[in-house]
Design a protein. Sequence first.
Length: 304
Amino acid sequence: MVKVYSQNRDTQFIEIQVKEFPKRHEFTKNKIKTINFELLLWNLLNKIPLKKFFHLFNKCCPRCERKFSEIFIDYYITKQTDCKKCRFKTIFFTTIITFVLNAVSKSLNIPKNRFPEILKENIPLKKLTLSYIEGIGKFGIKVPTIPIGPPVVFWSVTHKCNLNCTHCYVDQDTEELSFVDACNIIDQLSEAKNFILIFFGGEALLRSDIFDLMNYASKKNINIALASNGTLITADIAKKIKETGVGYVQVSIDGLKDVHEQIRGNRTYEKSISAIKYCLNEGLYTCIGTTITKQNVHQIYELV
């Protein structure tokens, strides 16, 4: 039995719902057989030398000069292809990758009949899907499927920081990449079908060109996130963060006020709490990030 706590927005009271979950012995034999069959099937596929068969995914059509992976995903979305030269290959291989894409849509809890439409509208998600298709082209069918590039990248864009946290190990004297070099890295990540790029530090907002970098990455159809200690986020900064295309902000809160300020310094707690409010007011998806140490582990449940 599991108790689920939820807040009713109208009454502002906490409601308790009790949900019954199936007992272990109620897990049907048919379900176990299905799982065993799927595992056996994937193990057999892994042993078959299919890698060369899928190398075509990363090659280009000699007539239209488009990458086959892009042709296949577009055909999956629109059911149309303009190039007669690669029409047969497109229909054949799209039929194969449809099984993979149906599995992806199921894992994302998206109805498979709606997945093509969502891919058409969501460019970053389409790039992520292409990354997995091209991964099949390079590595073959694997369990789990290996993408061609990193789906999520954490990037410490500066080691500068306005705080001196007790758990921090960062050397603040480390040199930053130039704006040109940083943009070059973003270009490479975009080419590698990077899905989410998370800027952090140090304190990322201390980098003078951070908004230009986030804006540049956003224009490359990469989902942008920002991790910050929150002390520099005002109402105006939160608005500016939103305007660059950032969709997710993490603010560091390492405990209740007393412990948080033991770790991060005096008068930091209220600033971080205010930062969360400013970000929420701008419609940014906002969460807290906590570094668990001996100093705050006793407060984790209370903090949550």
